[in-house]
Design a protein around this ligand. Structure first.
Ligand SMILES: Nc1ncnc2c1ncn2[C@@H]1O[C@H](COP(=O)(O)OP(=O)(O)OP(=O)(O)O)[C@@H](O)[C@H]1O
Ligand SMILES: [Mg+2]
Length: 361
């Protein structure tokens, strides 16, 4: 295993900048997920690490060796592609065992190792079949097995579970997590599924327009988004982002005309940088708002707009003036539709963002 370092990497395709000045270090044995919307540069970043693309600017190191311009075969990397890339004329056994064959491993040893990995991935009884004779999900697992069969220094995964059904996906996710914890693989894992990134990764890099918007432990990224893009991208439903007005003289931050918080109690956090005006956004997650049917100190009035049962909890969308605020309620009973209720934000879990969408702190 080895660490990976990206230093100020930029990759352009003609006019389009697919990866824009990305710096990222993945420690030895660390599992980092690249998470972001379609087209944000996740696959390109992975292909740069693999050597399938060469950056316009910046350096890439694997271990302590610079590999920026080395071809893929000189990088000791195993990659699982979005589109499996299995050889159609070969059996799964030969496909999965291919990396061992090219390294001169004897057939009996190869078969034993392939069987071990394939059994873990529940395709052990399909090894005599060709890719065309198994399902898409089984092909995908064969592709994962091929990456795992030899001990590469670095594993790169490009949405390896995206074609599996929900149940298999959870099982395969558990297997990958187990593998990560047991073997401590150094891995970069591309996904646009935030739940998968949260579940698997030691750290998540959230990307947008070729840039890393935030890099951190999954719970830090979830709890304390560094900007409104991350706040809106992570969480289901995402963080409420509420346009607020700052009134310095009154010492208040107002949302739809009502006081949501007193600046005085938060002066340490953002008092000094606040200015009068309407260019502040308040972020609070739906689970960090309490609902009550009577007014309590520090609460704001609202009206129940939509109620969605989610099984163990409720999603209650409330209306405050012209804005909607989502609340997750973990209780047996939900309020009534159109009921007047009071919302109280957990101020320790409430954040302010400036006009550029960056966290004030
Ligand atoms: N070979 C290429 N030539 C030209 N443009 C490319 C090429 N590869 C990628 N791009 C563009 O670069 C941008 C980033 O693409 P990339 O495949 O890295 O996105 P992604 O984050 O993996 O998206 P998805 O989630 O849809 O797979 C996109 O706008 C894409 O169209
Ligand atoms: Mg992609």
């Amino acid at each position: 295993m080895a660490k990976i370092q990206l230093e100020n990497i930029t990759k352009k395709f003609g006019e389009l900048t697919a990866v824009n000045d990305v710096s990222l270090e993945v420690s030895d044995g660390e599992f980092v997920a690249l998470l972001g919307p379609s087209g944000c540069g996740k696959t390109t970043t992975l292909r740069l690490i693999a050597g399938l693309e060469v950056p316009n600017e910046g350096r890439i190191l694997i271990g302590d060796k610079e590999v920026t311009k080395l071809p893929p075969r000189e990088r000791d990397i195993a990659m699982v592609f979005q589109d499996y890339a299995l050889y159609p004329h070969m059996t799964l056994l030969d496909n999965i065992g291919y990396p061992l064959k090219v390294r001169g491993v004897a057939k009996p040893d190869m078969t034993a190792r392939v069987t071990e990995v394939a059994t873990e991935l529940q395709i052990g009884d399909l090894l005599e079949r060709r890719p065309g004779q198994v399902s898409g999900g089984q092909q995908q697992r064969a592709s994962v097995a091929r990456a795992l069969v030899h001990q590469a220094q670095v594993f790169l995964f490009d949405e390896p579970l995206s074609n599996l059904d929900a149940k298999l996906r959870l099982e395969a996710r558990a297997f990958l997590k187990h593998l990560q914890q047991e073997v401590g693989v150094t891995a970069v894992y591309v996904t646009h599924d935030q739940a998968e990134a949260m579940a698997l990764a030691d750290r998540i890099a959230v990307m947008n327009y070729g840039r890393v918007m935030q890099l951190g432990h999954p719970l830090d990224v979830y709890r304390r988004p560094a900007n409104t893009f991350v706040a809106a991208f992570i969480g289901s439903p995402p963080m409420n982002l509420l346009p607020c007005e700052v009134d310095i003289n009154a010492g208040k931050i107002l949302f739809e005309g009502d006081r949501v918080l007193d600046i005085a109690s938060y002066r340490e956090r953002w008092g000094g940088v606040l200015k009068n005006g309407r260019d502040i956004t308040l972020g609070v997650r739906p689970e960090n708002i309490a609902i009550s049917s009577t007014e309590v100190p520090g609460s704001i009035p609202s009206r129940v707009y939509v109620i969605q049962p989610l099984g163990g909890e409720w999603l209650v969308v409330t209306q405050v003036g012209g804005e909607l605020v989502s609340v997750r309620l973990f209780q047996d009973e939900a309020p009534e539709l159109s009921e007047n209720v009071w919302l109280k934000f957990d101020l320790d879990r409430t954040f302010l963002y400036d006009k550029n969408g960056d966290l004030l702190q």
